[in-house]
Write a protein that binds this ligand. Sequence first.
Ligand SMILES: N[C@@H](CCC(=O)N[C@@H](CSC=O)C(=O)NCC(=O)O)C(=O)O
Length: 280
Amino acid sequence: MTEVSSNKMFGGWQKVFSHQSKELKCTMKFGIYLPPSANGGKVPVLYYLSGLTCTEQNFVTKAGAQKYASEHGIILVAPDTSPRGVNIEGEDDSYDFGSGAGFYVNATQDKWKNHYRMYSYITEELPALINEKFPTISDRQSITGHSMGGHGALICTLKNPGKYRSVSAFSPICNPMNCPWGEKAFTGYLGSDKTAWKEYDACELSKTYSGPQLNILIDQGKADNFLTQNQLLPESLVQVCSDKAIPISLRMQEDYDHSYFFIATFIEDHIKHHAKYLKA
Ligand SMILES: N[C@@H](CCC(=O)N[C@@H](CSC=O)C(=O)NCC(=O)O)C(=O)O
């Protein structure tokens, strides 16, 4: 693991590291914010998964989360969104597939399956590295994310009951099987058999979830162009959660769009939400 940058912020340190990933077979970067309390002992961790086109930098530089992580004594980890520089033909052709668009799945299709294993990277390899190298309380981790990363946060939680103490999301892709972004990504990474898609769809996973009680927090801007293009479908997840008695709070925010201005506005609420469970 190599330190790429280090900046003091709100009494703690915002750092970026690179490391060699076994799952993705390439060099990956992640951002990590270490609050002042991490100097004197072990603290909980909140993972943040970014959306399409992002690297670890978007959250680090635009969300304004560090102030609240400093106050609540939580480590923030922001990974990249796909393998990088793996030289697969076509990987840089579009913004919503390939580089910057790993969709947090383990690909099964020949062209992609050797490198595109973001699900295992996020749920296994990266937490193992973070817990080995930083002062974490390893059984106190939570997860959040935005858009494609909101989908990632939801599926990582629903597929691993008890692994994350809490989950939240900003404008998540809630039902990727039934939206254009998800259909394109799942066809490319998982093939055309839709049975395999269900393993990575938050609505489908909620139908069979039987782990510890979740209290899902979602913020969604009403002026989000991707909401009106039916890419996000939060109402489908609310319907399933209501059928299955899974507590979910979908807060529809007047005039807010899909941007990091929206995320920066509500990140304090999300960190407070996670702090409640991480510190219980
Ligand atoms: N380039 C695309 C849209 C790209 C975009 O809006 N990406 C979002 C996430 S969308 C879902 O995963 C994002 O977070 N962008 C980075 C940022 O800093 O805003 C287009 O033009 O339509």
